[in-house]
Structures are given as C-alpha cells and as structure tokens.
Design a protein around this ligand. Structure first.
Ligand code: PXG
Length: 289
C-alpha cells in the first residue's frame, strides 16, 4: 500500500497529497517545517518539536490552524497508519494559496502536512570513524535578516552551504555567522571538547536551537562536564581535542577533520563516544523508566 500522508486533517495516499501552485510555501518559501524521529513508536522530545514550529510560525506571523494536542495526535496517527515505529516525521505548515504578490494577507488556507517515512541513516562508518567537513564560504543568515532560530521553508542558505560541502566531498559543512564566528552546520549543531570541557555556540551566534543539542547538554551535565555556550572561532575548532555534530537525523556524529586539519587524535574521542552511548540509551528510554 502506498504511503499515507496527513494533509489538512485527512490521511491520503502520497500521490493525492498535493498543494496549490499558488501556495506561498512554494512561491516564496513562506512557511515553517520541523523534523522529528520516532524510536519504537515513541516520538523523541515531541513537545520540543511542537514548540519550535509554533514559535517559528509566531515569528513569521502565521497561525497554525490546529492545537499542539491535535498535531501530536495527527503525528501518531500518521506513524500508526503507515506502520512505522522507527522513523522520521516531517511536519510542514505553508502560508497557503494566495495571489502572485508577497502579501500573506491574501493567503487564506495554511496547509498542514505530516509525512512519516523510514529514515535514511548515515553509514555506520561515519559514527565509528568520524566525518571530514569543510567550512563553507556561505555564511549563516544574519539574525536581523532571517533569524536562524526560525525553521522556515526557506532553507536556501543551508542548501548553498551544503552544495559547497558536497563539492568538497563532505556530507556536512561548517557555517560561520556574519561576525566570522562558528555558528553550526547545514543541518546539525556543533560541539567541541577541550581539556575535558564542552563548548558550543550560544543561540545568539545565529543557530537553530537544536532539540538534540539541548538533550546532549543535559547528558553532559549528568556526566558532570562543564558546558560552555560561548562564541567560538575556527581556531577553537582546529585546536579542539574532540568535535561532534548533533541533529535529529545524525544523532551524535564525530568529526575528525575540519578544513584539512586533523581534530585531536584523528579518531572519535572518549567524551564523544560516551555521549553517543548515552544518547542511544536516552532515545530508547521509556518515559516511565
Ligand atoms: N541546525 C540546523 C540548521 C538544522 O536545520 C539542526 C541544527 C539540528 O536540530 P535538531 O532539533 O534536529 O537537533 C537542524 C535540524 C533532515 C533535516 O531532513 C534536518 C534538519 C534540517 C533539515 C532537514 O535531516 N535539521
């Protein structure tokens, strides 16, 4: 049976899950999205993955036409009807169909779409041996232009940096902010380890407030590691003992080379590996223990 997609309150075969060519989500990237994961039928940190699109929508003056509770039910319904227990869920809310002008007031029907599918994982080797990445010349969006905290349908900033990474033979690329500080990667947050302490750029460096990032900070605190959310430069990355990325799709993935510089020993470090293990335990933990 064909994959069932939730669109505007109904589950329909994917071929019938369509939006108008006049939808401003398509015409202008006007809308928001979210990506979450389910492990053994349970969505990891569902509340955080609902708060973020609601906040993003508020920031772009878009009203999501359902409650968070209805959305949560719709997410589980979409997983269940497709018989997916370990999967990836994409939530999309568009501005809706309007005229060819920019004016969002001319759009009346925001489209709510939920796609649940099996997840495409990075090869095992990336987790065991670590990634090579490069710094993209494309900087992250200036927060006063389009704040990276908004997970909008306009992801060209990240896509341009991703293309630079791919052309250098890397699956991820590091992005700096308008001040030349380290921000994040195209779809992952970044962490460094130095002298047994953790470092990651703060929200005001112009990053997406990652749900995985927040979970990893909590895990590090449980390990009694000091976590510094401070501005970082590429120099800090090059001299780090360890480096890793966090994201819903990637989870916790080690980085062993940045811009041709070997990071630490050149293989995943002990703190990275401990956090990888603890993250795996966390996502599989039942809420009642
Ligand atoms: N930074 C950016 C720019 C992101 O888009 C993250 C960090 C990690 O956040 P979470 O909450 O996932 O820990 C993201 C989110 C995909 C995909 O299909 C993933 C993201 C964005 C777009 C597509 O894997 N990552």
């Amino acid at each position: 049976m064909s994959l069932q997609v939730f669109i505007n309150g109904r589950l329909v075969p994917k071929e019938q899950a369509v939006v108008s060519v006049f939808d401003h989500g398509l015409l202008y990237g006007d809308g928001v999205f979210e990506g979450m994961r389910s492990y053994s039928g349970r969505v990891f940190r569902l509340q955080a993955h609902l708060d973020r699109p609601w906040e993003s929508a508020r920031a772009i003056w878009l009203t999501i036409p359902m409650t968070q509770q209805e959305m949560a039910q719709a997410v589980y319904q979409t997983l269940q009807v497709n018989n997916i227990s370990d999967g990836y869920i994409r939530l999309v809310v568009t501005r809706g169909a309007g005229t060819l002008g920019l004016d969002p007031n001319k759009c009346s029907n925001p489209q709510v779409i939920i796609i649940a599918d099996h997840i495409e994982l990075y090869p095992r080797e990336f987790y065991e041996k670590g990634l090579r990445i490069v710094t993209a010349s494309t900087i992250r969006n200036h927060p006063a232009a389009l704040n990276p905290r908004i997970k909008s349908l306009n992801y060209l900033n990240n896509i341009l940096a991703k293309i630079e990474g791919l052309q250098a033979g890397c699956v991820e690329a590091l992005m700096l902010n308008h001040k030349g500080e380290v921000a994040e990667c195209t779809g992952d947050n970044i962490f460094l380890v130095r002298r047994g302490e953790l470092y990651t750029p703060p929200n005001d460096a112009g990053i997406l407030e990652g749900v995985t990032r927040a979970a990893v900070i909590e895990l590090a605190q449980e390990m009694n590691l000091t976590v510094h959310e401070v501005p970082l430069t590429r120099h800090d990355v090059y001299v780090a003992d360890e480096c890793f990325l966090t994201g819903t799709a990637a989870e916790v993935v080690p980085v062993v080379e940045v811009d041709g510089r070997t990071i630490g020993s050149g293989s995943p470090g002990p703190i990275t590996q401990e956090l990888q293990h603890r993250f795996q335990r966390l996502v599989r933990q039942r809420p009642d223990g």
